[in-house]
Write a protein that binds this ligand. Structure first.
Ligand code: ADP
Ligand code: NA
Length: 327
């Protein structure tokens, strides 16, 4: 049987937030211990599907690299690379796109949402799930850590593998999802939506580089309700339940354990407890991001070496695809 190969990616949105950390990056770090072949990509080709600024992008790529290293991604064991520096992603995307139907893409939720928000539709935004499929298949990846929101896109990658294999002979494994064990971290200002970098509300999103004072302030201002007792009931009490879920994730325990720690505290006191736990957890990560940010040459060299290894791993796959297609 082929060995496991883990692939995942994150867009260079700059400094990640607490949701990215608890929902994705923490498990990325743990996967390094359990699998021998792991690739993580800074998905810069994806980040130009919406309007962008070149100078900001250049900074965001290095900030994301610093953040991944600070979280514990180890470039001596893991191939940490920049997507645009491996030309095979775009090449394979073209080939897969030639076997993907238009209606298949039209029904994906992210296209529906983002094209409506922007009142326009760029070709790249429409076809980016095909690029995602290529990102995964280019390394013949077997497992992809994803959040629930990405499951439909992974399904497209599985379909693309199956369609390719059907046309050209068995070659690509159908990649399996490794679902994140953490439920979505919600916005601190509106627990109906997930915590997100693009949330315009001040105080809604905790960044990994936030100072302890900022983290404390954001939790102090977190939206809860009028009951003072701490319980976990995401339907009826989404705000308090979000705090409990964050607390549990940071403790590495269950929501029941987090609620037990809140016994006798009112929500105001509990916010302080959760803020302190988050601050302690993020302290070494934050310190390391701030240190690495001052080493852009080092960050560049990590990405260049990772991208070189990714080109090396992808080259024979692409060669075989060319043969199968008839190029
Ligand atoms: P954002 O929505 O802030 O732009 P991304 O979509 O780039 O974040 O997500 C990168 C990774 O972080 C994905 O694996 C995604 O599932 C995870 N993630 C993003 N937001 C959250 C959240 N609020 N809670 C848990 N995981 C999240
Ligand atoms: Na997103």
């Amino acid at each position: 049987a082929p060995l496991d190969r883990i692939f995942s990616g994150i867009q260079p949105t700059g400094i990640p937030h607490l949701g990215n950390y608890l929902g994705a990056l923490e498990s990325w770090v743990n996967l390094q211990d359990r699998h021998s072949s792991v690739l993580y990509s800074i998905m810069d080709l994806h980040s130009i599907t919406v309007p962008q600024d070149p100078t900001a992008l250049r900074h965001s790529i290095l900030d994301m690299t610093a953040s991944l290293l600070a979280c514990g991604i180890d470039p001596s064991r893991t191939v940490l690379f920049q997507q645009s520096h491996v030309p095979g992603h775009a090449t394979l995307s073209w080939i897969l796109g030639c076997r993907t139907s238009m209606p298949r893409l039209r029904h994906l939720p992210q296209w529906k949402m983002k094209s409506r928000q922007r009142n326009e539709g760029y070709v790249g935004l429409y076809t980016y799930p095909v690029l995602q499929a290529a990102d995964i298949l280019l390394y013949r990846s077997t497992h992809v850590p994803v959040g629930e929101d990405q499951v439909q896109h992974l399904k497209l990658a599985r379909d693309a593998a199956r369609i390719f294999n059907h046309h050209y002979g068995p070659f690509f494994p159908e990649p399996q999802a490794l679902l994140s064990p953490t439920s979505k971290v919600k916005s601190l200002r509106d627990p109906a939506v997930k915590m997100s970098k693009s949330d315009p509300q001040r105080l809604a999103t905790v960044l990994l580089t936030d100072s302890p004072e900022d983290v404390a302030l954001k939790f102090r201002k977190a939206v809860t309700d009028f009951a003072s007792e701490v319980t976990f009931d995401p339907e009826a009490r989404p705000g308090v339940s979000n705090l409990v879920a964050i607390h549990a994730a940071v403790l590495g325990g269950t929501v029941e354990q987090a609620v037990a720690q809140a016994r006798g505290l009112d929500t105001a006191q509990y916010k302080q407890v959760v803020a302190d736990a988050v601050i302690e957890r993020l302290r070494p990560v934050r310190d390391e991001i701030l240190r690495l940010r001052r080493e852009p040459g080092y960050l560049r060299s990590v990405l260049d070496e990772g991208s070189r290894r990714a080109r090396e791993l992808s080259a024979p796959v692409l060669r075989r695809v060319y043969q199968l297609v008839g190029f």
